[in-house]
Design a protein around this ligand. Structure first.
Ligand code: SF4
Length: 99
């Protein structure tokens, strides 16, 4: 797997999880994925769990990979995460009953 591209591509929304207790305020996540990882006034990443739209999936991946403290888990496409796809996606994927 390349560090330059997220697993599963960038066609779907993805999830990331930040572990605040591990964050050491390096700011690399923001440098590589500023659209996804805002920093607070103390320079620590200011999110804990986030659903990221496809257009920012690569930024989410790069920011997670750049963190020297390994404080960010890139969970991948929503459909592949433990919580499963969002209810709206399930509703769209459910076939209509046949008469
Ligand atoms: S790169 Fe890692 S340690 Fe640095 S601010 Fe981001 S999450 Fe925190």
């Amino acid at each position: 797997m390349s560090r330059a591209e997220p697993p599963g591509g960038t066609e779907q929304p993805v999830r990331v999880r930040v572990h605040p207790a591990l964050c050491e305020g390096w700011g690399e996540c923001h440098r590589w994925g500023g659209a996804v990882y805002p920093l607070d006034d103390e320079g620590q990443v200011a999110i804990e769990r986030l659903e990221v739209p496809p257009e920012h999936a690569r930024d989410a991946w790069l920011g997670a990979m750049a963190c020297p403290a390994r404080a960010i888990s890139y969970l991948g496409p929503l459909a592949d995460t433990v919580d499963g796809p969002p209810a709206a996606a399930v509703a769209r994927a459910t076939p209509e009953p046949t008469p």
